[in-house]
Design a protein around this ligand. Structure first.
Ligand code: HEM
Length: 375
């Protein structure tokens, strides 16, 4: 059996079995997973300009496109402003109402978590005055995305049609907005238009919008993991704040579990020879469970986050590292914590439908039905 076949059979078991705490793990003849925290950070930091991280690493989280390097600082800064505004005007009771409105008393997970965030951040992506057909389009894109949709398998002709529709509708919206520019950005699409470069094809701008939509949607997987862990491991009680629960869920089950980079030239990673074109993968799953960096690394111990040093532990790579580090990491953690808090404050319980270890391009939790008291 080839290395890749062995890996593909049960990737997590393979990684657990083969990682010795230091050396990169070969998962095929040209792909290597790095689990040592400092080595993984070195790969992502791009200090030596060894990797082409703009390349499309199919299936990896980095395949999401957030525009050109030259526009990313502006994109990050302006996107953060839009998110901050939304979080501030949807705090406290408003958030509790949004949870009640968008998570049914009995709901099917992990999809329910994804849809919660898509609904909650709807106006962040596209303000209410946008072409109404765009909202249905975004839903369709999420349903057919192999990144966030666990179940959907649509025929390829259906995907191709969707792509045409997507280009047509979104570029139409962009063109009409360009004719009557907003004074201040109303949503992420306005931000994308504001940072667009003169020679940038509209299709590239559409890709950025979709990357935002998929990131928003995938945040629901983390919510699913947090609820799953609370229900299966036991809620440690009110003395353990919800942000520790979320951080521990992010550590144990980093939704983007592989951050791939293409080697631009030959080099060595921790003694392993890498050829040009090989893929070096910083692996948050291995890094976050590194036994030298966390006591009881494989266990759910939210109390470990009481120690402020935990936030500086290099063995936490869920949001990446370096130039590409997640632009919304702190805000995503914040909204996740508040949402978990709302659900913990009303009794919730889960009914497991599947115990199989699930795995896709992102880690998503096993299927369960959530019941919670909304009143
Ligand atoms: C808990 C949920 C999330 C996780 C775990 C996460 C994780 C990550 C990771 C690992 C990267 C780096 C990818 C790489 O190095 O290949 C990244 C980048 C990024 N994320 Fe997130 N993300 C989350 C939520 C979000 C949300 C909600 C948004 C905004 C809609 C967002 C926006 C971005 C952007 C813009 C980048 C690219 C930054 C750049 O290249 O300059 N993320 N994220």
């Amino acid at each position: 059996m080839s290395l890749f076949e062995q890996f593909s059979k049960d990737p997590i078991a393979y990684l657990d079995r083969t990682f010795n705490g230091a050396d990169p793990v070969a998962i095929s003849s040209d792909q290597f997973c790095v689990g040592d925290p400092l080595t993984a950070r070195r790969v992502l930091s791009q200090a030596e300009d060894l990797y082409d991280d703009s390349a499309d690493g199919a299936g990896f989280f980095s395949a999401q496109r957030f525009g050109r390097r030259s526009q990313q600082v502006a994109l990050r800064t302006q996107a953060r402003l839009i998110f901050r505004r939304h979080l501030d005007s949807n705090a406290g009771d408003a958030l509790a109402s949004a949870v009640a409105a968008n998570i049914a008393a009995s709901s099917e997970w992990p999809d329910a978590g994804n849809w919660f965030f898509v609904r909650f951040f709807r106006s962040v992506l596209l303000h209410d005055g946008s072409d109404p057909r765009l909202f249905a389009l975004i839903d369709d894109i999420i349903k057919t995305s192999s990144l966030v949709s666990a179940g959907s398998r649509r025929a390829s002709w259906r995907r191709r049609l969707l792509r045409l529709k997507r280009t047509w509708l979104v570029t139409g919206e962009i063109s009409s907005r360009k004719k009557a520019p907003a004074l201040a950005p109303r949503d992420l699409l306005d931000v994308i238009i504001a940072v667009a470069e003169a020679d940038q094809p509209l299709e590239e701008l559409v890709d950025i919008l979709i990357a935002f939509a998929l990131s928003i949607s995938s945040t629901g997987f983390v919510l699913g993991w947090a609820l799953y862990l609370l229900a299966t491991e036991g809620d440690p009680g009110p003395s353990v704040p919800s942000d520790w629960i979320v951080l521990e869920a992010l550590r144990l089950w980093p939704t983007p579990w592989m951050l791939g980079r293409f080697a631009k030239r030959e080099h060595e990673v921790a003694g392993t020879h890498i050829d040009q074109g090989d893929v070096v993968i910083a692996c948050p799953y291995l890094v976050n469970r590194h036994a030298n960096y966390w006591p009881d690394a494989g266990k759910f111990v939210p109390e470990r986050w009481a120690n402020p040093e935990s936030l500086r532990n290099p063995a936490f790579l869920t949001f990446g590292h370096g130039l590409h580090r997640c632009a919304l990491a702190d805000y995503a953690t914040e909204i996740l914590s508040h949402t978990v808090e709302v659900l913990r404050s009303r009794r919730f319980g889960i009914e497991l439908k599947d115990t199989a270890r699930p795995l896709g391009p992102l880690f998503y939790p096993p299927a369960f039905t959530l019941h919670w008291g909304r009143d």
